[in-house]
Design a protein around this ligand. Structure first.
Ligand SMILES: [Zn+2]
Length: 199
């Protein structure tokens, strides 16, 4: 296993001293400007791809960067969204999908998820994305996964807008939603049109 204790030691020795002033400030201040909702995939590191410093991104990572539509049941993702928007007053939310997403590949290729029933249930939050991607003509193989990744970002932006805190901030014009797809092989980030959401 990758030795995390080595990493902790290197952080304290080589990285922390240069940022000691920043961390001293952050010790009593938490004012991120952006809520970043990404996939749990180990290859998609929000702070790295956006070159953000500690304190700048409020991050939620879920399998498939899925955002369940609002419901009145307690939910960790919903609580994080509400906290970021209504308490921390972030000005921007990014929903970031990525190439070769395991969750989207499983859906696009119809993998048997009977051994992972919780995953299977969770991926139901991508049902609208599947329906949207199915309408994309000529998508096959990797193209089918890529189409679903993009449709999924759009669908999750729609789900995001069902959360009351988000809907309120959108109506007040204090919040902007963004859809991205990160390409692991090239490092490129391509936007997914969120115009329909902000309207
Ligand atoms: Zn993923």
């Amino acid at each position: 296993m990758h030795d995390l204790s080595d990493g902790l030691a290197r952080f304290r020795r080589d990285v922390f001293p240069a940022k000691a002033g920043l961390f001293a400030h952050l010790a009593t201040t938490h004012r991120p400007t952006t809520l970043f909702i990404g996939c749990s995939d180990a290859r998609v590191v929000p702070e790295l791809i956006t070159q953000s410093e500690p304190g700048e991104l409020f991050v939620v990572r879920t399998a498939g960067n899925l955002v369940p539509a609002y419901s009145s049941d307690p939910d960790g993702v919903a609580a994080s969204i509400e906290y970021a928007v209504a308490v921390l007053h972030v000005s921007d939310i990014v929903v970031c999908g990525h190439s070769a997403c395991g969750a989207m590949t499983a859906l696009a290729e119809g993998h048997d998820l009977s051994a992972a029933p919780v995953v299977s249930g969770w991926l139901r939050h991508a049902d609208a994305a599947r329906a949207g991607a199915a309408a994309v003509p000529k998508a096959s193989g990797p193209g089918r996964v890529a189409a679903l990744v993009r449709a999924n970002v759009s669908a999750q932006l729609q789900n995001l807008a069902t959360h009351p805190s988000v809907a309120r901030a959108l109506a007040e014009g204090t919040l902007t939603l963004h859809g991205w797809v990160f390409d692991i092989a090239t490092g490129a980030v391509n936007p997914v049109d969120a115009a329909a959401i902000a309207a």
